[in-house]
Design a binder for this molecule. Structure first.
Ligand SMILES: *Cc1c(COP(=O)(O)O)cnc(C)c1O
Length: 362
């Protein structure tokens, strides 16, 4: 082993020994249906206004560290009560990191359900925290109430993450079970509403428990490139997070552009509505193909299990040959064996997907 390799082995934090970097599939010149992005652009006149407005941004200055203007607009647009301070992150990924750092101590646990968003585990492990993943039920991806409540009792997790709707399964968890989990927790319960734009479900009611945190992102509503997540919670929680947050984590172009487009929020809302319509059509089309069991979804993607002589992996590869990129989940978790996840795209993209799939399955 080289000197440097053994030096790194000596000094690096233990969990890094068996961690891998998050893999992002190359996606040049493809129909990109793998990452829950909104496929739509802005109307030309809005693009022009935006480009004009960029002249006022002072990139030579540090951004507003408190992002007060942007927070005011988020509060207005998403109807967040003044009682709950907002914390912004460079994507909600960064907010997950802040939450994990807030509780970081030896022997602390973070809990989630499985399968769910992989960053909860990845971030917990990178900080040398225990991650406890409790399996969902394999038939409908609902929470295994008994197993989850028992694990909370045993492990006393400092943070529990629940994505509602859940990624990659697309479902919303049962009300009563959510409440029992909140009641059983001695730590924080973070309700991750990354897909709130595509469902009528609203977790705000759970703020009546003061240890609940609501976390969201603008990534899935058309602003993934900006990297902006937000959470709101009791000030006793947000005060701790503000101690860890790096002062200039939201750059001036993100603050400016998010503020600009929130002034035209109807555009984003209409795009999300179109995706919800497309979701129903895509779900029906997948079901009609008969090679798939498409699970119900309240998000902008559909999980489907393959029932065909070709495997999920083979269908994924053949679609890629045709220039269509989706996500193959086979191998990620036993409940996802032979499963694919399709992001809902534009009308044309979804038609191309269905066309491609019908050619592949014959
Ligand atoms: C996509 C996603 C996020 C990450 O959002 P960013 O703001 O882009 O970091 C968080 N949680 C869930 C459940 C997601 O699917």
């Amino acid at each position: 082993m080289s000197n440097l390799a053994s030096r790194i082995e000596q000094i690096r934090s233990k969990p890094l020994a068996d961690m891998k970097a998050y893999h992002v599939q190359p996606a040049k010149d493809v129909i990109k249906l793998d990452a829950m992005e909104n496929p739509f652009t802005w109307p030309t006149e809005i693009q022009t206004l935006w480009l004009e407005s960029l002249k006022s941004v002072s990139v030579n200055r540090y951004p507003d560290a408190g992002a007060s203007g942007l927070k005011r607009l988020l509060r207005q647009q998403f109807d967040i009560a003044e009682d709950y301070p907002i914390v912004l992150g460079n994507g909600s990924d960064e907010l997950i990191l802040l939450l994990a750092q807030m509780v970081q101590q030896p022997d602390v646990s973070i809990m989630g359900v499985e399968p769910s968003f992989v960053m909860y585990r990845q971030i917990a492990r990178s900080l040398n925290l225990n991650y406890i993943g409790i399996n969902l039920k394999s038939d409908d991806f609902s929470i295994d109430r008994e197993a989850t409540l028992a694990a909370i009792k045993t492990h006393q997790p400092s943070v529990i993450f629940l994505a509602i709707p859940n990624n990659p399964t697309g479902n919303v968890f049962d009300e009563q079970t959510i409440e029992e989990i909140i009641q059983a927790s001695n730590g924080l319960v973070v309700l991750d509403e990354a897909y709130t734009a595509f469902t009528d479900y609203d977790s705000k009611k759970w703020l009546r428990y003061d240890h609940v945190v609501i976390m969201r992102t603008v990534s899935k509503i058309g602003l993934a490139g900006l990297r902006l997540g937000y959470l709101f919670a009791n000030p006793l929680i947000t005060n701790e997070l503000e101690k860890i947050r790096l002062p200039y984590n939201i750059n001036c172009l993100t603050q400016h552009t998010a503020s600009f487009i929130l002034g035209h929020a109807d555009i984003l809302e209409q795009q999300s509505e179109r995706l919800v319509e497309q979701r129903a059509l895509l779900h029906q089309a997948l079901t009609d193909l008969a090679a798939f069991e498409a699970f119900p979804s309240q998000a902008n993607f559909i999980l489907a299990r393959v029932n065909h002589r070709l495997s999920a992996r083979e269908i994924f590869e053949q679609l890629k040959q045709k220039g269509i990129l989706i996500k193959c989940l086979d191998g990620g978790h036993p409940h996802l064996s032979n499963c694919l996840r399709f992001t809902v795209g534009s009308e044309a993209e979804n038609q191309a997907l269905i066309q491609g799939l019908s050619e592949i399955i014959g």
